[in-house]
Write a protein that binds this ligand. Structure first.
Ligand SMILES: NC(=O)c1ccc[n+]([C@@H]2O[C@H](COP(=O)([O-])OP(=O)(O)OC[C@H]3O[C@@H](n4cnc5c(N)ncnc54)[C@H](OP(=O)(O)O)[C@@H]3O)[C@@H](O)[C@H]2O)c1
Length: 249
């Protein structure tokens, strides 16, 4: 890592072929806030150390895998290192160059429905959209030229192993997912998620009428199939905790 980054975080490295997630959650395990946009920023209180880690993890990745739900809930965002932490843009670019990565991670979007806001800046900047034949039909004449479209299934949820195989075929070996919970659930359910970075923000979010998800949705593991993790590292910045878990069984 460039010294500037190592001074802040210490050592960080990944295997040649890896899928890792990054979520910020409240003390009580909340990662989404119903229909409120940009839940992550709200839950972290735009904490600078969390934003730095988001940038660093993006800077390591060939691709960022995202569900269309997160894209729709985060207007104006770009899933690049420099967007989330501009002060370190040069150091992130240097890290990508040292790692042999392209200048920016490719955004890979999952949608069954094809309900993708095509004027979202992250879509305009370029994305690979992995969808069903119905989703592809809905999108094909509307997407900017910077995007490519992959149809993998007739309808309903895509098979995550197939999605990952498609990404590998395109040369995306080091894959970050920033969710949301349904994509994380699909990956965990298929035993594809190698590592989880979890930031615990010192806030209690609560739950009442609206649905507030934890970092994994759409799959139940405990009590029969609980996925017990190994703690790979723990860092503290002020009242925030930054945890890295190994998840593979
Ligand atoms: N706190 C954090 O760190 C954090 C991180 C990320 C996201 N979030 C929050 O999470 C919320 C969104 O949650 P979510 O679980 O709905 O988001 P999500 O997993 O990003 O999106 C779900 C959508 O992605 C598509 N999708 C997911 N898996 C698929 C599959 N196997 N095949 C085909 N399409 C698939 C579907 O899109 P279609 O509906 O288009 O078919 C599905 O409705 C937002 O509020 C966001 O702010 C929080």
């Amino acid at each position: 890592m460039p010294d500037e980054l190592a001074r802040v975080y210490g050592a960080l490295g990944f295997g040649d072929r890896v899928i890792y997630s990054n979520f910020v959650e409240s003390i009580d395990g909340v990662v989404t806030l119903g229909s409120k946009p940009s839940a992550g920023s709200e839950i972290s209180g735009r904490n600078q150390a969390d934003r730095f880690l988001m940038g660093l993890l993006r800077a390591c990745a060939d691709a960022v895998l995202l569900g269309a739900g997160t894209l729709r809930a985060t207007p104006g965002h770009q899933w690049t290192p420099e967007h989330i932490f501009p002060d370190f843009a040069d150091a992130f670019a240097e890290l990508r160059s040292v790692l042999g990565r392209k200048p920016r991670p490719r955004l890979v979007l999952l949608t069954a429905s094809g309900d993708v806001p095509v004027s979202h800046p992250a879509v305009i900047a370029g994305a690979t959209i992995v969808t069903t034949t119905a989703g592809a039909a809905a999108l094909k004449d509307r997407l900017p030229d910077s995007c490519d479209l992959v149809a993998l299934g007739a309808g309903g949820a895509l098979d995550m192993e197939q999605v990952v195989m498609e990404m590998r075929d395109r040369g995306y070996e080091v894959i970050l997912t920033e969710g949301g919970p349904h994509v994380a659930g699909d990956l965990v359910g298929a035993n594809l998620l190698d590592e989880a970075f979890v930031t615990i923000s010192p806030v209690v979010a609560g739950r009442d009428r609206e649905t507030r998800l934890g970092m994994v949705a759409g799959v139940e593991l405990l009590p029969a199939r609980g996925l017990w993790a190994r703690l790979l590292s723990a860092r503290r910045h002020g009242d925030f905790l930054f945890l890295r878990y190994g998840l593979k069984r």
